[in-house]
Design a protein around this ligand. Structure first.
Ligand code: SF4
Ligand code: SF4
Length: 425
């Protein structure tokens, strides 16, 4: 075992650790939350102890190979820890930072507890804040209610306004679920009025939250349907592409331009393999991924084994490579494999058209999205290769395709060799 904090503990590539210092404890009761029911710990130990916090900060700084280290604080709701704990976190980071190392912090929040004091703290210490919001009022309040089943939209909007006014850097995280899933263009237009950095994440949860390796499609009601998901992305993309490229940054779209350039996507869902982003629970346990906080994917505890070792175990390598090694025949033959890489393994509980198990539940949605948008991703990538900015490429592309129509009898671009009308189109 490597001594915590020793230089030998460093690993070659950066790892991302999502720290959950409050576990699943949250002040909201969002109906689609996959995480709330994981909270079996007694209330007395709902927060990470100072010992675990210090251990983690020391080990993470020692582990990280680069000069810039980013701590990601998530929940549950991390602001429940209160400002004194975050001041303590900064003090520990200052104590254990190596020579030449700079430290950044990101924090994902529902925004409910933010006030002037929080905003000032976050601004002074350059935190990057992610605020969860699901669109306009009635769409957001459909699922995002507090413990008393009261709506939260107005409180979240007040926090966004506070962050904007105080000059705190923030982005918005919007889930795509059954309620807002039919409103891609509307949700996107709403979000772009509030922020220039937007992330979309699909809600795909199965009843009873079974181990992700099991099959079967008993979806919760709040989960987005595949066709709905595809249409949401297409509708949001059309608005973004024609009006906002270069001005508004939508992670899910911009990573596809990166993929078209042959670069790593930068979003694990679309990477070839997994395994570079682990989760630290409040008791010091480390799990393979935020979507795999289940006993079989527990790598160990930082009190017993150094973080760098836990992230480099053969179990974690197998977990990471399984994304590539368990692709279905359908995925391996797909013309969009380089963009999609078969989607997140947690979503692979559906059956492919040829009867093979292990297909992404969202595959029909992704096919529709790629079919609809990939020529435009390629055009932007091509422009960038030639030194032309993405907004200019987007505008030129719009001109050039107006007369060039793809018909229902043309071959489907997914590579199935079927006509578009009989396949994804
Ligand atoms: S679009 Fe569907 S078939 Fe193609 S790689 Fe993605 S999940 Fe596989
Ligand atoms: S399992 Fe899914 S969420 Fe986890 S790293 Fe892989 S793609 Fe990302």
């Amino acid at each position: 075992m490597t001594a915590p904090g020793s230089p030998q503990a460093r690993i070659r590539r950066p790892i991302h650790v999502m720290a959950k210092p409050t576990g699943a404890t949250c002040n909201l009761n969002c109906s689609y939350c996959y995480y709330l029911h994981k909270d079996a710990a007694p209330p007395a130990v709902w927060r990470m102890s100072d010992e675990v916090l210090e251990n983690f900060i020391r080990q993470f700084l020692a582990t990280h190979p680069g000069p810039e280290v980013t701590f990601a604080w998530q929940g549950g709701e991390p602001t429940l820890l209160g400002l004194p704990t975050f001041r303590r976190i900064l003090a520990l980071q200052a104590r254990y930072r190596g020579a030449g190392q700079t430290v950044a912090n990101t924090l994902q929040t529902n925004g409910i507890l933010l006030d002037e004091e929080w905003a000032e703290f976050l601004r002074q210490n350059n935190f990057l804040i992610g605020v969860s919001i699901d669109g306009p009022e009635e769409l957001h309040d459909h699922h995002r209610l507090d413990k008393g089943d009261e709506p939260t939209f107005r409180r979240v909007m007040a926090s966004i306004e506070l962050l904007r006014r105080r000059g705190v850097e923030y982005n918005l995280l919007c889930t795509i679920n059954d309620a807002n899933g039919d409103h891609g263009a509307r949700v996107y237009r709403f979000l772009r009025e509030q922020a220039v950095h937007i992330q979309f994440i699909p809600v795909v949860e199965r009843v009873g939250d079974p181990d992700p390796s099991s099959r079967g499609q008993d979806l919760t009601r709040s989960s987005v349907r595949p066709a709905q998901f595809g249409k949401f992305l297409c509708d949001a993309f059309d608005v973004w592409f024609s009006e906002d490229v270069g001005r508004v940054h939508v992670q899910l779209f911009e990573v596809q331009v990166a993929a078209a350039l042959g670069l790593p996507a930068g979003l694990c869902t679309f990477n070839e393999t997994c395994g570079d982003a682990v989760v630290l629970e409040r008791d010091g346990s480390v799990y393979s991924c935020d979507h795999y906080v289940y006993p079989p994917y527990r790598l160990g505890n930082i009190a017993e084994q150094h973080l760098s070792e836990l992230c480099s175990t053969s179990a974690q390598r197998r977990f990471g490579n399984a994304k590539r090694d368990t692709l279905t025949k359908r995925c391996r033959a797909c013309a969009h494999l380089h963009r999609c890489h078969g989607d997140c393994p947690k979503h692979r509980f559906a059956t492919a058209p040829d009867g093979e198990g292990g297909q992404s539940y969202l595959c029909p949605g992704y096919l529709r999205f790629f079919e609809h948008c990939s020529a435009r991703f390629d055009a932007m990538a091509d422009g960038l290769r030639r030194g032309i900015s993405a907004p200019i490429s987007a505008s030129a592309f719009g001109e050039s395709v107006r007369a060039r129509k793809v018909g229902p009898n043309d071959p489907c671009s997914c590579g199935s060799a079927k006509k578009r009308k009989k396949c994804c189109g």
